[in-house]
Design a binder for this molecule. Structure first.
Ligand SMILES: Cc1cc2nc3c(=O)[nH]c(=O)nc-3n(C[C@H](O)[C@H](O)[C@H](O)COP(=O)(O)O)c2cc1C
Length: 177
């Protein structure tokens, strides 16, 4: 069974990115995977802000990342990059926390002008952290996110297709270390 950990890096309470993470978690569970979901906004702010390396709450999330064959990292674009709380979280991880893992970035943004933030902001840090393979990822324009009658979010067909491809790519992953 493939183990997948999702990290959602929006600080916002009403976060579209967090909702996408929730939806992806459900889809991965339906596919029979073992899934952990980390909403960084729910971790103790003090521990993140003061880089508390011995934080118990954060240690649990590190274990989930260690167990994972693949990690999906979700963030809104903030100031042309990913969010500060996601960086604070990544900073507390061991240096090579992504060693041998497949990493899939999923980014939401307000303007397509920042599409390349996946390439220049996220991918280099995944590479530094030892990622074996970094998938192309998906950039989702916030205004294209819609809801169905049950309140579940959905996207334009091309984005739905990209997400399906990403889920397929990580579905048969096994840790390569
Ligand atoms: C502080 C802040 C900075 C932002 N900076 C950018 C930006 O530089 N580029 C961009 O495309 N969108 C930017 N946005 C828009 C968000 O990326 C976008 O609305 C995203 O979908 C919000 O995700 P969330 O609901 O999960 O927080 C910014 C939003 C906020 C609140």
């Amino acid at each position: 069974m493939t183990t997948i950990t999702l990290i959602s890096g929006s600080p916002s309470k009403q976060s579209k990115t967090a909702e996408i993470a929730n939806r992806l978690q459900k889809e991965l569970l339906k596919r029979g995977h073992h899934v952990h979901l980390i909403h960084v906004r729910d971790l103790p702010a003090e521990d993140l802000l003061h880089a508390k390396f011995d934080s118990e709450a954060i240690a649990q999330t590190h274990e989930w990342i260690r167990e994972a064959d693949a990690v999906m990292v979700l963030s809104p674009v903030y100031k042309g990059s990913y969010t500060g709380i996601l960086k604070a979280f990544l900073d507390l991880l061991p240096e090579k926390a992504f060693l041998g893992k497949i990493i899939a970035p999923i980014v939401t943004g307000g303007t397509i002008a920042h599409l390349l933030s996946i390439e220049y902001a996220l991918k280099p840090i995944f590479s530094i952290m030892g990622a074996k393979e970094i998938l192309h990822g998906v950039f989702i324009l916030d205004k294209t996110i819609q809801r169905d009658e049950t309140g579940e979010i959905f996207f334009p067909s091309d984005i739905e297709e990209r997400i399906k491809e990403v889920l397929q790519s990580i579905s048969n992953t096994q840790t390569l270390i």
